[in-house]
Design a protein. Structure first.
Length: 311
């Protein structure tokens, strides 16, 4: 036997033994019968030799014996590994081509989401909270102080400063409680006082074609009485009409309007009526003056203090 033949002989023996085991597995009835009848191992070997001879294969007895022994010892048999963590990890590793791309994508998306939440959203949310806190604790109180100081310096009536100071105290209390809406509402009221102080205009009866200069109505609560109104407008120092907030005494709603009906005594209404009837022009059409630093209009004719915005 050459060297190459010597080297390959053991492998041939192993392959033959494996084939014997495979033959036995495919002939379970033979194995069971021989074993159940209590025959010796040699008889099973004889049976195997006959099977191979029928196939034209000459298998040495020691190979047949090796195959029978290997079958009894469960050699050349694949035994699945028992379930466990190691088995599960091994199977996951083998199948990594199926799940690894999806897992990688999920991990990346999760990292982006967490990064966005903790590096972007949370800092933004915190900055919003800090901005809101700063507005309530610093900005709004400072604005209230500034508006009050302006009112105090520009007013010519104590009422404006007193009202503004009361509003400021109330507004700061709202801000300290975290009530932004009410704090801003108070600031708006203070700003309205300041703006009113700065207004300068003349209140005149409207005297132009297409617009009534006056009218009268029966109040719903007392139909036996009659209310007389002159229609007025506010003109600034340049003669430009202004729109002002006016409380409608009939419905309690304040509207910002360029014209409104000012309630006056009947005597004033008749005087205006006669003045206009004379030549179509109302010479005495000034009914009041609003001066800088004051809250109220200084009326030049008697008025009854009510007004309407619709007629």
């Amino acid at each position: 036997m050459s060297t190459a033949e010597a080297d390959t002989a053991p492998l041939d023996d192993v392959m033959l033994a494996m084939d014997v085991v495979d033959t036995l597995r495919h002939n379970q009835d033979l194995v069971t019968r021989e074993l159940s009848e209590g025959n010796r191992e040699q008889q099973l070997i004889d049976k195997l030799r006959e099977i191979y001879r029928q196939q034209g294969i000459d298998v040495p007895d020691h190979i047949l014996k090796e195959g029978v022994t290997a079958l009894s010892q469960s050699r050349f048999v694949y035994t699945p590994p028992k379930p466990g963590l190691g088995t599960t990890l091994a199977r996951l590793y083998v199948a990594r081509r199926r799940w690894l791309p999806a897992l990688t994508t999920a991990v990346v998306l999760l990292a982006v989401a967490f990064g966005g939440y903790f590096l972007a959203y949370k800092p933004f949310e915190q900055s919003q909270i800090e901005a809101a806190r700063n507005e309530l604790q610093v900005v709004l109180p400072a604005q209230m102080d500034a508006v009050y100081q302006t009112i105090f310096e520009e007013t010519k009536v104590q009422q404006a400063a007193t009202s503004a100071d009361e509003l400021r105290s109330r507004g700061k209390a709202y801000a300290a409680e975290g009530d932004k809406a009410d704090a801003e509402r108070v600031l708006a009221e203070m700003t309205a006082i300041r703006d009113t102080l700065r207004q300068v205009y003349t209140l005149k009866i409207v005297n132009r074609t297409g617009v009534k200069s006056g009218f009268w109505t029966f109040p719903e609560i007392n139909t036996d009485a009659t209310n007389y109104y002159v229609v007025v407008e506010a003109l600034d120092e340049t003669g430009k009409p202004l729109s002002l907030p006016v409380l409608n005494e009939e419905n309690g709603v304040t509207e910002t309007v360029p014209l409104w009906g000012l309630r006056v005594p009947e005597s004033v209404y008749r005087t205006v009526e006669a003045d206009k009837r004379d030549d179509g022009i109302i010479q005495g059409n000034t009914v009041g003056l609003k001066q800088y630093g004051f809250l109220d209009i200084d009326y030049t004719v008697p008025v009854l203090g009510g007004a309407v915005t619709r007629w």
